[in-house]
Design a protein around this ligand. Sequence first.
Ligand SMILES: Nc1ncnc2c1ncn2[C@@H]1O[C@H](COP(=O)(O)OP(=O)(O)OP(=O)(O)O)[C@@H](O)[C@H]1O
Ligand code: SF4
Ligand SMILES: [Mg+2]
Length: 349
Amino acid sequence: MSIEEVSELASPAPVYGGAEPLLEVSDLRVRFDAKGRRVNAVNGLSYHVHAGRMLAIIGESGSGKSVSSRALMGLLPPTARISGSARFLGTDLLSLSEREMRRHRGADLAMVFQDPTRSLNPTMRIGTQITEAVRAHGDVDKRAAFDRAMELLQLVRLPAPERRFYEYPHQLSGGMRQRVMIAIALAADPKLLIADEATTALDVTTQAQVMELLLELQERLGTAIIMISHDLGLAASYAHDVIVMYAGRAVEYAPASTLFSHVRMPYTRALLGAIPRLERTPHSLLPVTPGQPPDLTALPPGCPFAPRCSRAQDDCHAEPPPFAEHEPGHWWACWHPCEVGGPAEEGGR
Ligand SMILES: Nc1ncnc2c1ncn2[C@@H]1O[C@H](COP(=O)(O)OP(=O)(O)OP(=O)(O)O)[C@@H](O)[C@H]1O
Ligand code: SF4
Ligand SMILES: [Mg+2]
């Protein structure tokens, strides 16, 4: 896929009324201290999401996509040291106690993971798992919980919901299990849904169906969605906004249509430019740009992409570029950004 093809996929960003963001993440940092090693997994990540928008977070493996999202949900192990702020509905999620966080989790905030087989209880019928999720967040009797569970299964378009309700997870296909996970996540009408590689394990057709479903639910219910993905094509097709992460930082952030047509960050351009060289998998995972991501236990003093960047100059190795809004709505972190419409092969070495 060429840059032009990816940018054609990106739909124009819908205009929204400049309301307060639903979630505003500022200078999020997460490090793990274990066995004498310090892993700097997230290093000053800032972004915001508005109600009714879908934000895609893309980046290579290990760039901190999952850790940063789990930090918001209070789902990191005790070895994690977290700082910064994440304002959500007037509350800083990072300052909540475990008990307060449990109240938010599943209610205002929900997360869907890549592997539904690990999130669903294999010994419990599908219907029971959904009714339990409904009852966990509201004072409803059995009958009302059953009705709501059936409604949710219809909402996520599970085929033959009356029959599936009484089946066990192993009797469902991967796509159906993912729909059940989304139904459970929606049980309490969350304002924000985080989908971490939620469609990666699915075949391309089912993946597209689940993405269409998320988009439709978002339009209907006004839910904000953070979609974490390796898949640039998927981000371009469905997300309103895209954030590109590298070494635990945001390096480029813009409405999808802007990002893919006016790439400024050499790293993003390297990802896009490398796609035709990709040995295509059914999921068109992010291509591997030449070189290795930096060691998160010893980050370089300058731009973390410098060792792999074809535009790097001496100053890049001295000081990290600030992540700033250089054009309205378009943020990047680079001392020597690419020219708009510049050569597609520019970016990585
Ligand atoms: N519990 C932990 N202890 C120590 N390091 C961790 C822990 N969890 C994650 N990390 C490290 O934090 C970094 C970021 O991991 P993260 O899972 O967020 O990456 P990712 O962008 O989601 O990657 P992927 O695309 O493979 O899912 C990685 O280097 C990872 O090894
Ligand atoms: S030009 Fe410099 S600052 Fe920009 S990505 Fe390359 S190394 Fe980093
Ligand atoms: Mg991950």
